[in-house]
Design a protein. Sequence first.
Length: 133
Amino acid sequence: MHHSTHQAPQGWKYGVGVNDGQNVVGVIMVGRPVSRHQDDGHTLEAIRCATDGTKNAASKLYAAAWRSAKNMGYQRLITYTLADEEEGIPLRAVNGYKIVHERTGGGSWNRRKRPRVNKHSTAQKTLWEVTVD
């Protein structure tokens, strides 16, 4: 309901919330990677991050998501940002996240042999990752 660009995901492994001392001001949901090519058993994906705009909330959520993934034995956490809407500032603020790939065009999961309705943005995306040292 509070995410700016996507509907609720199909499923997730865990979530983390951040509060300002009184109220929850943001949440992040982490699950298996959406792309089957990224789903190697050692990688998780931050599939949703939503805040009310509280300063540093998103950075705290991405950092906590990575700490939790590492504690569960995962080697890599990925996420995507939309190039036309998000600059990745919260990810740049967290030690270890780096850009892996910037798509030159948008994308759709719709294929001739597997038709799908696009319920998400098909704009250009940037793939970020953080890995175990």
